[in-house]
Design a protein around this ligand. Structure first.
Ligand code: HEM
Length: 322
């Protein structure tokens, strides 16, 4: 969920209402503290009311999960639910703290519940924060962005295109035995369709370029060698391959050295290999950012469920001993 920008007017009423409620509750809490001379806890009037509201909010927060998954539950828009989730969740923090005597509490169940609650809130704030900056960053840094689940498939396709170009235009290394030559080289009159990216006035788009494969270019064995030794494993495995091409600086240096030692006609192949490695590097970054964007839910959701379970234990136990 993005906060601010065009949707600012939707967040503002929530922010004002939540701050007001938190201030009013704190006022009651302070008054009760001054009257009693000690910190009110869950069994005080204000502390109890704060606890009931915070508990109700936790139940509401948990409803986000079925809201997303149960089709017949489509009450209100997803954005409205998320907005309520975020702002009510934040309001629950001061309320729960007042209910928990500002953390001056005893008993392992109370501590476990409070610790879980704080962990859920902190992970929620963290998730909200990453949702603020990662999508914009992704748009800027990953113009080649593709569907996350298809990264390996698209990278393999880019690798096949590159291999076709290399096989058609670069001479085989006489020292090679079989290995990369297991597949037949393409017809010299063939052509390769290669994918590239073009960025114009901030709008990025994929372009398909057709490169005519005329004939093998003499003196290009090194290009072919580098393709099979470095480029292909990197295109197929990305960062996991452990290739030094994962580093942009190293890639620039390696391709510059290759360009210097190769005939000028080979530039079209070398440029394409370098561009394809750049795209693979963007895919790696996309996968990392995807992990940041969604990984926190692996903490937030299970801890929320544990929080719900402990809350269900806490309520009857606390009422029993009251
Ligand atoms: C007691 C408090 C909370 C509970 C029990 C709770 C629980 C949950 C649950 C169960 C989900 C999963 C929904 C799904 O996978 O469909 C969720 C998602 C989310 N929570 Fe919370 N949450 C709490 C507080 C917060 C707070 C304080 C924030 C932020 C300040 C927050 C931010 C989020 C966000 C941004 C998502 C949705 C991520 C997405 O876009 O898919 N949560 N929460």
């Amino acid at each position: 969920m993005r906060i601010g920008g065009k949707t600012w007017h939707r967040d503002l009423p929530w922010i004002v209402a939540m701050v007001l409620l938190a201030v009013v509750a704190s006022g009651f809490y302070l008054a009760e503290y001054l009257a009693a001379g000690r910190l009110p806890g869950g069994s005080s009037r204000t502390g109890f009311v704060c606890g009931v509201i915070a508990g109700g909010i936790v139940v509401f927060e948990l409803l986000l999960w079925p809201r997303r998954r149960v089709r017949s539950w489509r009450l209100g828009s997803a954005q409205a639910w998320l907005r309520a989730h975020v702002w009510l969740g934040l309001l629950a923090l001061p309320l729960a703290l007042m209910h928990a005597r500002l953390l001056f509490i005893g008993g392992w169940l109370n501590w476990a519940l409070t610790a879980l609650f704080l962990a859920v809130i902190v992970s929620g704030i963290w998730g909200l924060a990453v949702q603020q900056w990662i999508p914009g960053w992704m748009l800027e840094q990953v113009p080649a962005e593709t569907i996350y689940e298809q990264i390996d498939h698209v990278a393999a396709q880019h690798c096949r295109e590159a291999e076709r170009l290399v096989r058609g235009m670069c001479v085989a290394d006489p020292a090679e035995h079989g290995g990369d030559d297991a597949a037949a080289d393409p017809d010299p009159d063939d052509h390769a369709v290669i994918t590239g990216l073009r960025s114009m006035t901030g709008i990025q788009g994929k372009v398909l370029q057709v490169v005519q494969i005329h004939a093998l270019i003499p003196g290009t064995a090194a290009v072919r060698r580098m393709f099979f030794a470095e480029v292909k494993p990197y295109l197929l495995g990305g960062r996991r391959s452990g290739s030094s091409l994962a580093s942009r600086a190293t890639s620039v240096r390696l391709f510059a050295a290759l360009r210097d030692s190769s005939p000028t006609e080979a530039a079209v192949v070398i440029d394409h290999l370098e561009r394809t490695c750049d795209i693979r590097r963007q895919f790696d970054l996309q996968a990392r950012l995807h992990g940041w964007l969604h990984g926190w839910l692996l903490v937030h959701v299970p801890l929320s469920v544990a929080l719900g379970v402990l809350l269900a234990v806490h309520v009857p136990v606390a009422l029993w001993y009251w």
